[in-house]
Write a protein that binds this ligand. Structure first.
Ligand code: SAM
Length: 410
């Protein structure tokens, strides 16, 4: 199917993808978005219908668009220096801290090669039977299904990344299968790096988040790193891709050479500033050699991930549960209380407006959308707004715009 597409639809599609993934606009493939939009139109849907659906951040169409733009390139033991460092430095340090089990997270794991590589690395670096667990998460469910199958072709093996630790066995002419011992300790779950990882997944000693943040806006990248660091055990290590950050994340210090992009979460009472003795030793060169923290030397207080969610999000979650149970009256009552109590909580305004719209009360939805737009306009567009999912202010502004301009669609 060819022909001109409604530019407002393409713009909105890109905004939705950017808001959900955290991607910069130039990291969103125009062809992928167009292809996905054309596929929907070829099913007989109109541009107006698609625009209407895209008002809601969690719509099926939004999911389809996100899937279309995600890039899942990965292979075993990619950036082998990270695995070597974990084996030679990270694991011994964790054992010295008295760890009784070691847990890793491959955040943005695509089809799972990184998660299995981390599990194999930990197992090979520890005494036999020492408890190890690795979690792999990604936004893309189809990639996670591939990961769970644990069978890979030649594309997952590259000469630039040697097989450092026992990981798989050949099970076909061009096919390998992950060793049962590695597979047993590795699990996969869908998760967005812009949202806090649910508490049930616990904390980690090693997090690999590589070749993911490179697509993100600076604000989304910082938000994701902050969420990642909150799930580390004190002393735990975060490994990022080669060019993904140019400074040390708050509350962390660099480990190993700068090009390793490895960061350690400071323990309680530990300071990022060099000790007075070290300062005296490096003398006038201290500023250049210092760890370039972007926060004050004392680590920023690390908020415990969602242990006590802020009240607006908690009420919001209650409303979402009611909506899921089909209790729209109950959900409306909770959302009305939420909007009265926290009129600046943008996700609440949007949720209530959409609920009213769905129940046919457009006249009650419009003032809420206007309030949403005027409040969102006052924030920097890239500022992430807390909610069940952290989304930038521009997302809320664009949602309200799209809704309020609906009369002019088609
Ligand atoms: C290029 S792959 C990198 C895979 C692996 N980390 C590696 O370095 O080989 C990037 C992965 O990040 C995932 N991703 C992108 N944005 C994400 C987000 N906001 N939350 C979770 N995963 C995301 C994509 O689906 C994709 O599978």
């Amino acid at each position: 199917m060819s022909g001109e597409l409604d530019p407002r639809l393409l713009t909105r599609a890109r905004e939705v993808v950017a808001a959900i993934t955290g991607f910069r606009d130039d990291a969103i493939s125009a062809e992928a978005v167009e292809r996905a939009v054309r596929a929907e139109l070829s099913r007989g849907r109109s541009s107006g219908d698609l625009l209407g659906e895209l008002i809601h951040p969690m719509s099926p169409l939004a999911t389809t668009l996100v899937r279309a733009v995600l890039v899942g390139e990965t292979y075993f033991f990619r950036q082998p220096e990270h695995f070597r460092f974990i084996a030679s430095e990270g694991v011994p340090a964790a054992l010295r801290r008295g760890a009784l089990a070691l847990r890793g997270w491959s955040a943005g794991c695509a089809t799972g090669e990184e998660a299995y590589s981390l599990a194999a690395c930990l197992q090979a670096s520890l005494p036999h039977g020492f408890p190890v667990e690795v979690l792999g998460t990604d936004l893309h469910e189809a990639s996670l299904e591939t990961a769970r199958r644990a069978t890979y072709g030649t594309w997952s093996r590259r000469e630039s990344a040697p097989k450092l630790f026992p990981l798989y066995v050949e099970t076909g002419e061009r096919q390998v299968t992950i060793l049962p011992v590695v597979r047993r300790v590795t699990t996969f779950a869908q998760a967005n790096l812009l949202a806090p990882l649910p508490e049930r997944f616990g904390r980690f000693d090693f997090i690999l988040c590589r070749n993911v943040l490179t697509y993100f806006t600076p604000a989304a990248r910082d938000a994701a790193i902050s969420l990642l660091s909150r799930t580390l055990n004190p002393g735990g290590l975060l490994f990022l891709g080669a060019v993904e950050v140019d400074r040390v994340p708050p509350g962390m210090v660099r480990e190993g050479p700068p090009e390793l992009q490895a960061f350690r979460l400071l323990g309680p009472g530990e300071s990022a500033a060099p000790s007075p003795r070290a300062r005296a030793a490096v003398g006038a060169r201290a500023p250049a050699l210092a760890l370039r923290p972007i926060s004050p030397p004392v680590p920023a207080p690390v908020r415990v991930a969602a242990a006590v969610p802020p009240v607006p999000s908690r009420l919001h979650l209650t409303a979402l549960e009611r909506i899921e149970e089909g209790d729209e009256v109950g959900a409306t009552a909770v959302l009305e209380a939420l909007v009265r109590q926290s009129p600046d909580y943008l996700p609440g305004l949007l949720e209530l407006a959409l609920l009213r719209e769905r129940s046919g009360a457009r006249e009650a939805a419009v003032p809420l959308m206007r309030a949403l737009r005027s409040r969102a306009e006052r924030l920097p567009p890239d500022q992430l707004v807390d909610g069940p999912e952290a989304l930038p202010a521009r997302f809320y502004q664009a949602s309200a715009d799209a809704y309020l301009n609906q009369g002019t669609l088609e």
